[in-house]
Design a protein around this ligand. Structure first.
Ligand code: NOJ
Ligand code: CA
Length: 704
């Protein structure tokens, strides 16, 4: 680790504040430049340039505080610290073997003028691909316990840019994306998606982060936050005429926002900038703004592919509840899902999945509906639904864990909380102890429904703390976590690498019981939701149309089959579900081979083609090997993309197995038609990728 102090100036007299003061910091590569200015009112403003062009114009910093004066202006500069940092670190798992963390930092300590001055420090880090900044409240006599009424940070964009966005909502991120100009937000935001069970859309021009922005001059800007701890999640409210966004943090049940106690700090606000969309996807700035791993034991943390008793319930072929009577979902167009079916999570059925996982080399088996409580879990805002330890009579919890381990497979235990976080906190220790006692090292949690404590939001400070408590507690019991319906990720998996993946966006599940996810959806996710961390999207569907199960059903997955294969590369996660039913894979062993072969942990990643909402090609080098896997996807448009293999080792030969759309394939008319061919490639090879409408290509590139 190298920290070089360049400058530390202590400004002793307040007379400095009588003059405007300015500071500039350039990124190590000089492309990004941050300017800070203390104006005549004693407010610190910032702006950001990329290659000397303004990207963020004069923007505000500060807070409204309950029962106190605003903490926004009337400041003088007390101290300025500058430093440079350059380090290379090795993640426990990830997209690359090592990560460079290189930035210039400036920390401006501001002191209020007047009788009982309060002090706030604003720390900026300027990376080669963006800027992060946060507020630090040092220990001080005049600011101790305080409640944030509003954060007043603004990000003042330079025009009516194009954005990829979902409406502001403190409870859910399970929306499809809108693509529009900033000025159109309010007009388009009114759409309420009936398939989302718990949504609390905020009225007005609100959008969620990670927000993807593109300017008329083809600059790409991603706005999000990093290291969200003990603070609410942030949405953005746009002024539709000036295009200035103001941070809006979620409130709690009594209308307060964040309870703070100095010394403390906020999360980082992040602005990632490039004139090449590929750099946005490859950015490590959000991870770098998080603290290094706090876990001493990481031996149980294993990236994996997993199967599960999951899709059959979402299709209505079996149920979560024991009696097998509960509707799998209310949203199916065919109406056939409400008939009595059968309980999915039986000992016998689970063994079938364990055998399937063992036979095909998958590390985990997820079982949902194994525990008591599913009779009355949905939509009741009930506190005591599940105890997370009582299996149904037809499910041998202990025996199945032993059976799985005897076959080299691990069980992924499912804890649906139904949003009752208080109840979950009561049982957490007991439930994790039970998991540890049977050797289940992976957990999938879920928070469907309105939160208890009643009045709290999924994105509020209380829940942000709850999700992290669960991750830390799970680490105490050597358990990996995949969280559904959590607050959206902000890179915390660097600090807690047992936090493998999260949902926090609209996953594949919507395709089975709603109008689903449009073909462009998976080309937007990597530029938005995935900027914060891996997603448990659940790719790999082979039976694309629900009418295969229910004649006349309209629901379908809005991709071709080979696009489903490509998603294993383009939607990064160290845990990837092998989502379809075993029999659907067994019916297509040639295409299934790709899912068996594809890795989940990587030494290197190359983003080859990228444009939000249109297309994406990513190649990744499997950990500890010379083998590469490539995925390329398109939106609803057919597309041809020129590929060269220059990322391969010079002089080596590789066998490339290409899984591509058949010439007449398309997501809507002919989604399951594919072609597989094998060729030899070297680092000089070129290939024209031909993607069908809603299609994709997957390639395994194995060193000969
Ligand atoms: C919603 C989750 O996203 C899904 O994966 C799960 O099957 C259901 N909740 C039931 O817990
Ligand atoms: Ca969900």
């Amino acid at each position: 680790m190298k920290i070089k102090k360049i400058l530390s100036i202590v400004l002793l007299t307040s007379s400095y504040a009588a003059f405007a003061q300015s500071f500039t910091v350039n990124s190590p590569n000089k492309k990004i430049s941050l300017s800070l200015k203390l104006n005549e009112a004693g407010a610190l403003n910032y702006s950001v340039n990329f290659k000397a062009k303004p990207v963020v114009e004069t923007s505000k910093l500060g807070f409204k505080i309950n029962e106190q004066a605003d903490l926004m202006n009337n400041f003088s500069v007390l101290k300025v610290d500058s430093s440079t940092f350059n380090e290379t670190w090795t993640p426990v798992w990830g997209e690359t073997k090592t990560i460079v963390n290189n930035y210039k930092e400036i920390a401006i300590t501001l002191k209020e003028k007047g009788e009982k001055p309060r002090i706030v420090q604003i720390v900026f880090r300027v990376f080669n691909d963006g800027v992060g900044f946060r507020y630090v409240f040092p220990e001080q006599p005049n600011l101790f316990h305080f409640v944030v009424a509003d954060e007043e940070t603004t990000i003042n964009l330079t025009g009516d840019h194009k954005i990829w966005w979902m409406p502001g909502d403190f409870d859910t991120n399970e929306y499809t994306y809108n693509t529009s100009q900033i000025s159109e937000i309010e007009k388009l935001a009114k759409k309420r998606d009936g398939a989302i069970f718990t949504a609390t859309p905020i009225k007005g021009a609100f959008v969620q982060t990670p927000l993807m922005v593109k300017t008329k001059d083809n600059l790409y800007i991603s706005i999000h936050e990093a290291a969200l701890i003990n603070y609410p999640a942030m949405d953005l409210k746009f002024d539709l005429s000036t295009f200035e966004a103001t941070t809006k943090i979620a409130n709690d049940a009594v209308g307060n926002k964040a309870y703070m106690r100095a010394p403390c700090h906020t999360p980082w606000r992040t602005i990632i900038i490039s004139d090449d969309a590929r750099d946005i996807i490859a950015s490590k700035t959000i991870l770098n703004l998080n603290e290094p791993s706090k876990l001493t034991n990481t031996s149980y943390i294993k990236p994996m592919k997993y199967v599960g008793i999951w899709l059959e319930m979402h299709l209505g072929l079996s149920t979560w509840d024991y009696a097998g009577t509960q509707a799998a979902s209310d949203a199916g167009s065919d109406g056939k899902q409400k008939v009595k079916t059968k309980h999915g999570a039986t000992t016998e059925n689970t063994k079938r999945y364990i055998d399937f996982a063992a036979k095909n080399g998958f590390g985990g088996v997820l079982v949902e509906g194994w525990n008591d409580g599913w009779e009355d879990w949905f939509g009741k805002w009930k506190e005591d639904v599940f105890d997370f330890v009582t299996p149904y009579p037809d499910y041998d919890f202990k025996g199945l864990n032993a059976y799985a381990q005897s076959k080299g497979v691990g069980m992924i235990t499912h804890h649906e909380t139904s949003g009752s976080a208080t109840n979950y906190e009561r049982y957490m220790d007991t439930a994790y102890r039970l998991m540890a006692s049977v050797g289940s090292h992976a957990l999938k949690s879920g928070y469907v429904g309105k939160i208890i404590p009643r009045g709290e939001f999924h994105d509020g400070q209380w829940m942000v703390n709850h999700y992290l408590r669960a991750i830390k507690k799970a680490a105490d019991y050597n358990i990996m976590v995949v969280a559904h319906e959590p607050v959206r990720p902000t890179g915390l998996h660097r600090t807690y690498p047992n936090f493998m993946a999260a949902e926090a966006a609209r996953g594949q599940e919507f395709n089975f019981w709603s109008e689903g996810n449009p073909p462009e959806h998976e080309t937007i996710l990597p530029f938005t939701r995935l900027m914060g961390g891996p997603m448990d999207y659940t790719p790999g569907i082979f039976k694309i149309k629900k009418s295969s199960y229910y004649p006349g059903a309209k629901e379908q997955v809005h991709t071709t089959l080979t696009k489903q294969l490509a998603l294993y590369l383009t939607l990064y996660s160290p845990v990837q579900m092998v989502t379809d039913l075993p029999e659907n894979y067994e019916a297509k062993p040639d295409a299934f081979q790709f899912i068996k072969d594809v890795a989940v942990d990587w030494d290197d990643t190359k983003v080859i083609h990228a444009e939000p909402g249109e297309y994406l090609t990513i190649a990744r080098k499997a950990k500890g090997t010379n083998n590469w896997f490539l995925g390329s996807i398109t939106d609803e448009n057919a597309r041809e993309l020129n590929m060269d293999f220059s990322f391969l080792d010079k002089g080596k030969k590789y066998t490339a197995t290409i899984y591509r759309d058949a010439p007449d394939a398309s997501w809507d008319k002919n989604p399951e038609a594919y072609v597989i061919e094998k060729i030899t490639v070297t680092n000089k090879s070129k290939l024209l990728l031909k993607l069908a409408p809603g299609g994709g290509t997957a390639i395994s590139i194995i060193a000969q």
